[in-house]
Write a protein that binds this ligand. Sequence first.
Ligand code: NAP
Length: 216
Amino acid sequence: MKNIGILGSGEVGQTLAEGFLKNGYKVCLGTGHPDKLNDWKSQQGDNISIGSFSDAAKFGDLLVLAVKGDAALKVMDSVDADDIAGKTIIDTTNPIEPEPPVNGVLKFFTSINQSLMEALQKAFPAANFVKAYNCVGASLMVNPDFGGIKPTMFICGNSQDAKNEVREINTLFGFDTEDMGGVEGGRAIEPLCLLWCIPGFLRNEWTGHAFKLLRK
Ligand SMILES: NC(=O)c1ccc[n+]([C@@H]2O[C@H](COP(=O)([O-])OP(=O)(O)OC[C@H]3O[C@@H](n4cnc5c(N)ncnc54)[C@H](OP(=O)(O)O)[C@@H]3O)[C@@H](O)[C@H]2O)c1
C-alpha cells in the first residue's frame, strides 16, 4: 500500500487524510504549524504523522497538494525536487483572490486561459499533477451521501498513469471520475469551484451539493 504525503493542514488536508487513514493508508500531513494539529492528531490513530511540507513530500509515494492557492507554488518550491519527481500529486488547490466575493462570486488571480495547475506543472515538470477535489466542499470529499448517487470528480493531467491512480482513489472515496484531458483542463475545472461556492455565499448552503455529469 502506498504511503500518502499531504501538503496542507486545512479542512481539505485533514479530511483527505482521514479518508486515507480510514482505508488503511499511512499518512504524513505537512504543515508550517505542527502544534495546531496536536488535538486532531491525537484522534487519528497510529498511521498518521505530522511533519513539515518537505517531510510529507519525502514520505508520500502519492502526494496531495492542499494549500492556499496563492501559496501553492511557494510550498512546492520548498520541498526537495527529488521527493516529487515521478510522483502523482493530487492538486486540490484553487487560485482564489483574498477578496470578498461579489454577489457570491469569488475572484481568481489566474486568467481563463492559464490555470494554477498549468503553472504548477510548468514549474515542476518532473511531477505528475492531477487536478481533483477542488470543486466540492471538504465535508463532501470522502464518501458523501447523496442517496446512492455518486457525484462526479472531474480530473485532468498529462500523465495517464497518474490519472489512473487518482481514479482508483476517487472510487474509494465514492466518486465517479470524468477525465477532462491534459493540464489545460484545469482552465475549466478550477472555475467550477466558483460555481460550487455560490450557494454557500448567497444562501449559506455549504454541505449538500456536488456536481454530477449526466450521460445518456
Ligand atoms: N475548504 C474547502 O472546502 C475546499 C474545497 C475544495 C478545494 N479547496 C482548496 O483546497 C486548498 C486547501 O483549502 P483548505 O480550505 O483546506 O485550507 P486553506 O486555508 O486554503 O489552506 C491551508 C493550508 O495552506 C497553507 N498556507 C496558507 N498560506 C500559506 C503561506 N503563505 N505559505 C505557506 N503555506 C500557507 C497552510 O499552512 P499551515 O499548515 O502552515 O497552516 C495550510 O496548510 C485551497 O487551495 C482551497 O482553495 C478547498
